[in-house]
Ligand binder design. Structure first.
Ligand SMILES: C[S@@+](CC[C@H](N)C(=O)[O-])C[C@H]1O[C@@H](n2cnc3c(N)ncnc32)[C@H](O)[C@@H]1O
Length: 389
């Protein structure tokens, strides 16, 4: 049972009879983010049915403190009790004092753990992604956004996005999923790590609350959403498991979560640009790091489902969605020519002669996908995985 916590100000002289443990070593109880300090207090009237008394505690720890976790335990459970992060009450702000009312509780002991979530360590992959997407919102909208929008209706269905549902669209990009969720009458929040995407998504989904935020850290309280969707974003984060755990944290227990990534091996249409790059003898430059092997996962139905399962999602199902994307050679080339996504970063990091060579190969290979009237018909395959928080 949680202790009731309110925004009660510091009450002056603490009514604490005894401080019995202090500064429990960081990480001792795991899971509940980084434990930067903890103190255990005995309520002055611990032996009685506490009524009307107040236990005021000073939180300990070092900055940055952005939450306090309050739990009630009996002495026999200390200090080995495992704190389940889903059961804690987080106070979202720097906290150095909290007031715990014990009026209605038969409190034996109150444990206050101050959680400092600390700065997020960006992986080299994340830093590279951030550079890759910087300023690319318009070029993405004009090239790959339409392709990526195809799985959106199925994704929203899998996440049971319907009227009134509190929905988070993470890595919203130009806002396709956020706008579609708004059309269903959902209460939509959307985030993206790139400011230009945030601006475009806000225009595409004026009814949504669109914010700048980057996985694996989100500025939301536990259990804030009924559903979370992420359309082609888990393949752009340096720590997909951490990202999923964070997304699960902000989803209410039993809430739906649904995600897409590209299938590997890539479908023929998706491999087209890579083949053109390869034909020109170009390899991935060192400044574009791949995901480190320990963070990677097989881009198969089994591999993607296991990733969600590892993050604690239940009833996970993963399907493959295949479709033909219709575009033109000019439109398809415009994305990489502008530096959009990894393929674009590879192309634009070459000198003009090599870029022209890649383009020549691309145009030759386009013949394999030529449809009527100069249209390119590009087969694609995406994995859609969903489960319950
Ligand atoms: C391929 S786009 C997909 C956009 C959108 N979901 C769609 O379907 O069109 C990937 C998006 O993820 C965003 N992104 C990349 N890394 C991110 C991170 N760590 N946190 C949040 N967004 C991220 C990028 O800025 C980009 O807008």
């Amino acid at each position: 049972m949680l202790l009731p916590v309110g925004p009660t100000p510091f009450l002056g002289k603490p009514e604490i009879s005894e401080r019995i443990v202090r500064d429990i070593p960081a990480g001792r109880w795991g899971e509940a983010d980084e434990v930067v300090g903890a103190a255990v207090y005995r309520a002055s009237d611990a032996s009685k049915n506490a009524t009307g008394s107040c236990l005021t505690v000073e939180a300990v720890g070092r900055p940055p403190l952005d939450g306090a976790c309050l739990v009630q335990v009996s002495p026999s459970e200390l200090p080995s009790r495992h704190i389940d992060a889903r059961c804690v009450h987080l106070i979202p702000a720097a906290v150095d004092q909290v007031c715990v009312s014990v009026r209605t509780c038969r409190v034996v002991l109150a444990v206050v753990v101050v959680l400092g979530r600390g700065p997020v360590v960006q992986t080299a992959f994340d830093e590279s992604e951030r550079r890759a997407w910087a300023g690319q919102a318009d070029a993405y909208a004009a090239s790959f956004a339409e392709l990526c929008a195809c799985p959106v209706p199925g994704l929203l269905d899998a996440a049971e996005v319907r009227e009134g549902a509190r929905v988070l669209d993470v890595g919203t990009g130009t806002g396709s999923a956020a706008a579609a969720a708004c059309e269903r009458g959902a209460k939509v929040t959307a985030v993206d790590a790139e400011p230009g995407m945030v601006a475009r998504a806000a225009r595409a989904a004026p009814g949504a609350d669109v914010r700048l935020a980057a996985l694996p850290r989100l500025p939301f309280a536990d259990d804030e959403f009924d559903a979370v969707v992420g359309n082609f974003v888990l393949n752009h984060v340096g720590r997909p498991r951490e990202a999923l755990k964070e997304l699960r944290r902000v989803t209410r227990p039993g809430g739906r979560m649904a995600f897409t990534v590209w299938a590997v091996p890539a479908a023929a249409g998706q491999a087209l640009l890579g083949r053109a790059v390869q034909a020109a003898g170009v390899t991935r430059p060192a400044h574009l790091p791949a995901l480190v092997p320990e963070e990677d996962f097989p881009r198969t139905e089994q591999g993607f489902a296991a990733l969600l399962g590892d993050a604690g999602l239940r009833d996970v199902v993963c399907d493959t969605l295949v479709w033909d994307h219709r575009t033109t050679p000019e439109e398809w080339w415009s994305g990489p020519a502008a530096g959009v996504a990894t393929i674009g970063q590879i192309v634009t990091s070459q000198n003009p002669v090599v870029i022209a060579e890649i383009k020549d190969h691309f145009e030759s290979l386009c013949a394999e996908f030529a449809g009527p009237g100069g249209v390119l018909v590009l087969p694609h395959a995406a994995l859609t995985a969903h489960g319950r928080a």
